[in-house]
Ligand binder design. Structure first.
Ligand code: NAP
Length: 309
């Protein structure tokens, strides 16, 4: 029987693991399908205090895991298939068996949102991708025009990164103003290889018949005019959706699937806590995810102590 099971090894899960381990709870942490979470798809983390020169996203989470393990956290690469919060201890089906736990922290993060086009899914990994850091250097993208869709920090970061590889990078945004932070915007506006295409959406990705990306169909949302833009890659960076489907019907969540927590990190099930991007639809930063992970571990520790008193 576990004291505390933590689902997720992103910034929130690993910070929760560090705090729970230092409270002598010997947490078991399950990494799931995306070990390290979304931070591993970021190139350089420049806004986490303590790293004045920035730090590579993957290195950051590897260091956080090492730090949690140093104090007794155990990390397994199992993916959770089922949870049952209707009985105590809670029962979690993962890997080859069922884990019983007194308390649980959900830190399952979020996944990349898709445009929802049939051609987009048919051409995924054939030129359509959701991670410039992971795929940008592939030969198929080198010295070709590339398209990034979105207007947030992710889109601008991806576009800037892709200028290393593409001949030109087009940022397709549905409005005429970016959501991205000012510092990232300014950097992108100064970059001669980036061209912004405003008030425009992608309505189709070409060419399913050739089984590779050759271009996109763009529609100007103001004039409704359409045109084709040739490109070798489409990098979709239009935000994220919380990874909470596993908990549907058991944990309270809003219409978009974000867990609803009250009194800190408590969910509607006593003994189950939520932290990070699966809870936070507002800030979604590495530092806020870490903060919520810390809070969840403290709430969890107090809950376990209350069981014994
Ligand atoms: P985001 O801030 O939610 O931005 C998503 C962008 O995609 C918005 O510009 C949105 O347009 C657009 N969009 C959404 N759905 C769309 C659709 N169906 N079709 C076309 N465009 C669509 O997401 P994000 O950029 O991934 O950032 C998520 C969080 O991570 C943010 O808090 C961000 O600050 C943080 N982040 C930080 C860094 C960094 O600091 N280094 C890097 C990456 C991400 P509208 O603007 O019109 O809504």
């Amino acid at each position: 029987m576990e004291n505390v099971l933590i689902i997720g090894t992103g910034c929130a899960g690993l910070t929760a693991a560090l705090y729970a381990a230092r409270a002598n709870l010997s947490p078991l942490v399950l990494a799931g399908a995306s070990p390290g979470g979304l931070l591993t798809t970021t190139s350089i983390v420049e806004n986490f205090p303590g790293f004045p020169d920035g730090i590579d996203g993957t290195e950051f989470v590897m260091r956080a895991q090492k730090q949690a393990e140093k104090f007794g956290a155990r990390v397994a690469n199992d993916t959770v298939e089922k949870v049952d919060f209707s009985q105590r201890p809670f029962r979690v089906t993962a890997g080859d068996g069922v884990i019983e736990t007194r308390a649980l922290i959900v830190a399952t993060g979020a996944s990349h949102r898709h445009l929802g086009l049939e051609s987009e899914s048919l051409l995924e990994r054939k030129g359509v991708t959701y991670c410039a850091t992971c795929d940008g250097a592939l030969p198929m993208f080198r010295n070709h025009p590339l398209v990034v869709v979105g207007g947030g920090d992710s889109a601008i970061e991806e576009a800037t990164y892709l200028t290393r590889f593409g001949s030109r990078v087009f940022v397709i945004h549905r409005r005429d103003a970016l959501r991205a932070s000012k510092i990232m915007q300014e950097r992108a506006f100064k970059n001669p290889k980036i061209e912004f295409v405003w008030n425009t959406v992608v309505t189709d990705v070409l060419d399913v018949k050739q089984d590779r990306v050759t271009g996109v169909i763009l529609k100007d949302v103001k004039s409704s005019q359409t045109r084709t833009l040739e490109c070798a890659g489409v990098f979709v960076a239009i935000g994220h959706a919380p990874n909470t489907r596993l908990f549907a019907g058991q944990l309270e969540m809003d219409a978009d699937g974000y867990l609803i927590c009250r009194q800190g990190t408590a969910t509607n099930v006593t003994g189950v806590f939520g932290a990070g991007d699966c809870v936070d639809r507002v800030y979604r930063q590495a530092i806020t995810a870490a903060g919520l992970g810390c809070a969840a571990a403290i709430d969890c520790e107090r809950y376990l102590a209350s069981l014994e008193s």
